[in-house]
Design a protein around this ligand. Structure first.
Ligand code: TYD
Length: 685
């Protein structure tokens, strides 16, 4: 019961904390309403910077003071002091006092935050589980009300615009904020039992930045396991990414009030921008760990920053308040996603999170924020308003838009560098990587896949020879396999011709399932396993017995078909397909694989029978299959013969014969067959 009451009180106080930001900045804008945009932007920026400054400079002092005083008293004092400050701001009505009050409100907030963060956990039993929950609850209480505060501010502004004159329009928000603190104080006063235990220690953000993000002992742990392989460069990339994200969000906040004015909006528009930003950030925080799960987090971080920067370009250039609000929301999503992703990259998953990594990131973001709040409005002032003549059409660039554009360009550059530094998938093209991740997969480049396939254990000790024919649809491999078999038989070899899928009884049933167009909804994995099952049965009942007796086995399709169709075609991880098949085949690899290459369209056009389930796949699918076959073959030229299937049949056969001859054992002198039971067995046909 006291827990819930305290939580409500703290939530209210948190609401006041967030509400005081637009309230005080709007006040600064109102007090400078007769000045030019540059002066107004600087006044607003100064208030914002002053509200962040205590957190940067005085955080440890705040923590120390908060730790000395009884917790309940501390919370009460904090609420009452802020209440008083906020009431005085409209009453005094000068810019210097508004700025001073902003600094003081923020400093009091510094006393409040650690006290609030420590008092909720102190109310629950001293077990790890409830404590952790209470900690999360405390974080939510402090950060959660931000979007609510922004929306509330927009509503207050709408009411004030309707009801109050120019002079007192900004007052209402300040009074409402004060009232919120009053209610919070009343609730805290009614709670008797807030324990005064749990020491509070707050480390200075500047010190944290100086120390760097040491998440685990030793240098290798500089950025935790999540950032393995990259060391200092990666950590710098991480810092850069967070700096850029914070710069963009803070730049928008810094000029939002004045920019809204330039676009014809007022405090309500300002509130909407803040609401969009906070809601966007909240969604980004939620989505960050959930989207593109198989995708590299480090790449995602770089991409999120770049996406935010592109959004900021749009935001800066489009002079329409609605577009600006939406773009701000989107920017928030990207920035929020960048933030959680950075925290994930920095956190060593093998260790319990000791809070250090995100403390470091928070410090980086905080310091960036102060700088952005102070500098961005100055740039806006320096840039001033310009009218561009675009061959007839005029385009007005106001200083705030120009400042945002500069911030966007800086962030874009920082994003690029961060992406490069963080990239843990060097040389792997981004687009297929992203596309695979969209399908819930990790992209494997053809070379790596081929290496994985080549790493299959080679089945030694077999006596026969195994030749596979591979290729896309209509490449003519069936014909070439038959011609090769005839030629081999003509030379007296024991040849078994076979094919996949469907060379055995069970295989025929599997083939029917796999190729029947009435088969719908077959999952990619199930398809893979059915082909592998057919293959296992094929080996056990046809290939292995034939090899054991020393025959030459010529198979129309084998494992590579699965790698190409189920791996590349279906965009599943080729290594996985290789592993499943290595098991299914017991590691049997062909001595030679003939790959007949043909552009998919040409091949499909050659077919006469109605297209089966696989043949009727998209052109893209068949294109990927072709690329896959090629990649597999090129990775192991010794074991493959690649042929252009559009060449005349006779030529192709000759090339194939020539190559097969190389892998056949030395010709055995006539007359010795009867004394050797080893290869080759000559049969009389
Ligand atoms: P196949 O009978 O060789 O037909 P085609 O006359 O087109 O060569 O092969 C049947 C289909 O099965 C073919 O479209 C390719 C596909 N397939 C796979 O997708 N994975 C595999 O492992 C195998 C062996 C075939």
């Amino acid at each position: 019961m006291p827990f819930r009451r305290l939580r409500s009180a703290l939530t209210l106080s948190g609401l006041g904390l967030w509400l005081s930001i637009p309230a005080l900045t709007a006040m600064a804008a109102a007090l400078t309403r007769d000045d030019d945009a540059a002066a107004r932007a600087q006044a607003v920026g100064a208030v914002l910077a002053l509200m962040l400054l205590p957190a940067v400079l005085l955080a440890p002092v705040g923590g120390m003071l908060a730790a000395r005083v009884d917790r309940r008293l501390m919370l009460l004092i904090a609420d009452v002091l802020r209440l008083v400050l906020l009431v005085t701001v409209p009453l005094v009505g000068t810019l210097p006092w508004t700025m001073a009050a902003a600094f003081l409100v923020a400093f009091v907030g510094l006393l409040w935050t650690p006290a609030a963060g420590a008092s909720l956990p102190a109310l629950v039993p001293d077990d790890p589980e409830p404590r952790a929950r209470a900690h999360r609850s405390a974080i939510r209480v402090v950060a959660g009300p931000a979007p609510v505060a922004a929306l509330l501010f927009a509503i207050i502004a709408l009411i004030a615009e309707g009801a109050l004159g120019d002079d007192s329009r900004a007052d209402l928000a300040a009074f409402v904020t004060a009232a919120v603190f009053l209610v919070s104080a009343a609730v805290v006063a009614a709670i008797r039992d807030i324990p005064a235990s749990v020491p509070i220690h707050v480390t200075s953000p500047l010190k944290l930045i100086f120390q760097g993000p040491r998440t685990s002992a030793g240098t290798g742990g500089a950025a935790g396991a999540g950032a393995s392989g990259g060391g200092a460069g990666a950590v710098r990339g991480l810092g850069l990414a967070v700096t850029a994200a914070s710069l963009m969000a803070c730049a928008v906040v810094a000029v939002a009030r004045v920019h809204t004015g330039e676009l014809g909006g007022g405090d309500a528009g300002y509130g909407s921008i803040l609401a969009a930003l906070t809601l966007g950030v909240a969604s980004g925080l939620f989505l960050g760990p959930r989207v593109l799960a198989p995708f590299s987090r480090r790449r995602l971080l770089g991409l999120a920053v770049l996406a935010a920067a592109v959004t900021l370009v749009v935001l800066a250039l489009v002079q329409n308040l609605v577009v600006v609000v939406f773009a701000t929301g989107l920017l928030g999503v990207f920035a929020g996603a960048a933030w959680t992703t950075a925290a994930t990259v920095l956190t060593d998953p093998d260790r319990a999170d000791d809070g250090r990594p995100s403390d470091y990131l928070r410090s980086v973001a905080l310091v960036t924020g102060v700088v952005a709040f102070a500098v961005v409005p100055l740039i806006a002032g320096a840039a001033g308003s310009h009218r561009l003549d675009l061959g007839g059409a005029v385009y007005d660039v106001d200083g705030t838009g120009a400042a945002l554009l500069i911030a966007a360009v800086l962030a874009l550059l920082a994003g690029f560098v961060a992406y490069k530094r963080l990239d843990d998938r060097h040389g792997i093209p981004l687009v297929p990587d992203l596309r695979a991740a969209l399908h819930g997969d990790v992209y494997t480049p053809p070379e790596q896949a081929a290496a994985a396939a080549a790493a299959q254990p080679v089945h030694r000790g077999q006596r026969g020879v195994f030749i596979a024919f591979e290729g896309g649809e209509g490449a003519g491999k069936t014909t070439q396999a038959r011609l090769a078999a005839i030629w081999l038989r003509d030379h007296g070899y024991d040849v078994v011709t076979t094919h996949e899928p469907g060379a055995t009884k069970i295989g025929m049933r599997l083939r029917a399932m796999l190729l029947d167009r009435d088969t719908t909804g077959l999952s990619d994995r199930a398809e893979t396993l059915l082909y592998a099952a057919d293959r296992a049965d094929h080996i056990a009942n046809v290939i292995k017995p034939a090899m054991d007796r020393g025959a030459i086995v010529v198979s129309d399709r084998y494992v590579d078909s699965s790698l190409a169709y189920q791996g590349f075609g279906r965009q599943q991880r080729v290594e996985d397909i290789a592993r499943v098949n290595a098991w299914a085949t017991g590691g049997l690899v062909p001595d030679l694989t003939v790959l007949l290459e043909i552009p998919p369209r040409a091949g499909l056009d050659r077919l006469s029978a109605p297209a089966d389930r696989i043949e009727s796949e998209s052109d893209d699918f068949h294109e990927r299959v072709r690329t896959g076959f090629r990649a597999l073959a090129e990775a192991d030229p010794d074991r493959y013969l690649i042929l252009d299937a559009s060449r005349p049949q006779g030529e192709l056969s000759r090339e194939i014969q020539y190559r097969i001859r190389e892998i056949l054992p030395d010709p055995i002198p006539a007359g010795t067959e009867d004394v050797t039971s080893t290869f080759p067995i000559i049969t009389d046909l």
